[in-house]
Structures are given as C-alpha cells and as structure tokens.
Design a protein around this ligand. Structure first.
Ligand code: ZN
Length: 364
C-alpha cells in the first residue's frame, strides 16, 4: 500500500507517493531521507496520514491499466484516460477564471486571477494525483519582472526529455488594458482544456517515459513575454523537448460551419503537424483542417519555435471561422452565444491527452 508525501515549498507543491515505511521515517525528516527523496533544499516535507490519504476518492470506478500488455495497447490506455474527461470540470474552471475583471499581465487583477489559477491547479493535484503512480507531480510558479507569474505543472517521467502543452492565462481589453476582459475564449478556453487533460492524466496513475509539462503562460497578449522568459530559462539549462503543443482559443464553432480542429501552418514542425493530424483522426470525434494566421502570427509556440524547438499550434477551427469579433473586448464571454461550445473544448482536452501520452509514452 502506498502513502502519499506532500512537499510544500515557497513557490509550489511536489507530490510523491512512497512506501509506508518511508512515510513513517519522513515524519522525522532525516537528512538522508530528504536526500533520498530528492526534496529540494529549503523545502518542508509534510506527510499525509493514512486516514487523510484514504479520504481521497478514486476518480473512476474502473481502474485504468498502468502499462501496455498483451491485453491493453497504448491506444486502449489513452482511450480510457480520454473517457474520464469531463465537460462539467471545464465549465467550473472557466467560470472561476473569468470571474476576475481582467487578467492583464501587470495589474492587481492579473496577479489575483493567476494566483487563483495556481491554487486551483494545486487543489486539483492534491485531489487527483493517483495513489499508485510512482512518478512525481509538481506545480510551480515561474516568476517574471511583472506582477503576473506563469505556472508550470510537471509529471516527471523516466527521462528529462519533455512534452509540453501550453496555453496563456492572461487576457487583454484592446480599448483599455485595465478594462473588463473576461477572456473566456482567448485564452480561458485553452487554459481549461489543458487543465482538464492534466487532471485526467495525473488521476490515471500512469507513468510516462518522457516528462510531461503543462505550461500556463503570463503576458502572451503583450508580445508573448511570459513564454519567452520560460524558453530562455529552458534553453540555458539545455532542456530537450520532443514536442510543444499550443492551445490558443478552443471554444468557438461558428454558426453554419462544420466543427473541426484547426491545425496551424504557422510555427509548425512538419513531423508534429502530421502526428497531430493522426491523433485527431485516432482519438477525437471531429475532423481536423489545415489553417493559417495572416502575417505569420503565432502564440506562445513562437517563443519555442524561434529557439529551435519543434512546435505545433491548434485553433478552434479555421482562422476565418474563429471568434474574432468578441476577443479582446468585454464580450469575450462563454454566455455570449451558443457558438461558445464546451463539448468543442473537450475535444481539445482529448487532443492534449493523446499528444502527451503518445509522444510521452507509457512506461512498461
Ligand atoms: Zn490568445
């Protein structure tokens, strides 16, 4: 039987399950144990009691097989994780995120909304992280020289090579930077589509071969400043990235058009474009379509792309059918029109699970 250890540090939480014996020893926090468990210096270690651990409910009645076997292929396992995704979670998370006046990167409201998201992700992690996983799950804030931080959640795999899913957590009102900007589609939709995929993966207890990271970036709307900062730090430490997938707007299905996933031609690695097209066909209920931003605009994927990493961006449909009328105004709300679709957003959560687990692999 496993028990869960919770490491709480100044800027994040680190969760790791361990054997009961270790948990008992951890209560005394011997230096050897802290070293053995790789607890970063200066962090405090808390042990969840067996009673507290038992109160955490299993997220689904039927256990997901943890490893590929003769009976279960990687595809079966990914499908089962996809089946645990929930539209209600998307709604609940988006309602919270859009309840702030705006999420402008260098404002008090921008900071408070980001702090709310960090707490939300931390709480989801505490509730969802599986008893049986032997991987680390950590949630950290990444600080910038302005008020709003970026947020990084990591599911540590067997190697340090990364698969990254990104979205931007800031919003912008074009008429007045500190005016109302709910940013429900741009990019609240991408933020919560990614978050629901993260919840499903950590709940499954599956250990990936590669490390999977979810990034929620600050300050995209003012020139992708947050992702540029993050990329700089990752480049400096020589990070290896198998693929980076960016979600910027996942909710809108324009009246009278076919529901589809727009795969962007901008900042697009050829191999990742083909794989993403394949994952959509294999795991999603709707087709993909190739599309392009004018003027070679991208999103946070541009920061990775310019540093030479393989990236791919997806959009709620073609650029022509996207929600261009409401974004960057006070009308970027989920109740503005039936064209704002939570079931459409859930298709992007499926894509994030497929991308992370197909590229990240399942440790066997
Ligand atoms: Zn955006």
């Amino acid at each position: 039987m496993y028990q869960m250890l919770l490491f709480a540090g100044p800027s994040g939480y680190l969760f790791r399950p361990c054997l009961g014996d270790n948990a008992r020893r951890a209560a005394h926090q011997t230096p050897e144990l802290l070293q053995e468990l790789n607890v970063p210096e200066g962090q405090t270690l808390h042990v969840l009691t067996p009673e507290a651990t038992e109160q955490i409910p299993l997220p689904y009645p039927e256990a997901i097989p943890q490893q590929p076997s003769e009976r279960y292929s990687v595809r079966d396992i990914i499908r089962r994780v996809i089946n645990t995704l929930s539209e209600d979670n998307l709604r609940e998370n988006l309602d919270g995120l859009t309840s702030f006046d705006n999420r402008y990167y260098d404002s008090v409201s921008g900071r408070e909304s980001q702090r709310w998201l960090f707490e939300r992700i931390s709480n989801i992690t505490t509730k969802s992280v599986s008893h049986t996983t032997s991987s680390y799950v950590s949630v950290q804030e990444f600080e910038h020289p302005w008020l709003q931080n970026s947020i990084i959640a990591q599911i540590k795999g067997k190697t340090d090579e990364l698969v990254i899913i990104g979205a931007h957590l800031d919003s912008l009102s074009i008429s007045d930077p500190e005016g109302p900007a709910p940013g429900a589609d741009d990019d609240g939709s991408g933020v919560v589509s990614a978050l629901e995929a993260y919840r499903a993966i950590i709940s499954s207890g599956i250990e990936p071969n590669l490390s999977i990271e979810f990034h929620w970036y600050a300050a995209e709307e003012v020139g992708w400043l947050g992702s540029q900062d993050v990329v700089k730090a990752y480049t400096q430490r020589g990070a290896r990235v198998r693929g980076m997938l960016q979600f910027d707007m996942t909710a809108w299905v324009k009246n009278g058009t076919r529901e589809e996933i727009g795969i962007l031609d901008n900042c697009a690695d050829e191999g990742l474009r083909n794989l993403t097209t394949e994952f959509v066909a294999k795991y999603l209920a709707i087709p993909s379509v190739s599309t392009k931003y004018p003027l070679d605009y991208c999103s946070d994927d541009r920061a990775w792309w310019e540093a030479g990493y393989p990236t791919i961006g997806v959009l709620e449909g073609t650029f022509e059918n996207a929600n261009r009328l409401n974004i960057h105004t006070q009308n970027d709300r989920s109740d503005i029109s039936p064209e704002f679709s939570f079931s459409h957003m859930l298709e992007f959560s499926k894509l994030a699970v497929a991308f992370a687990m197909e590229l990240g692999g399942v440790a066997g």
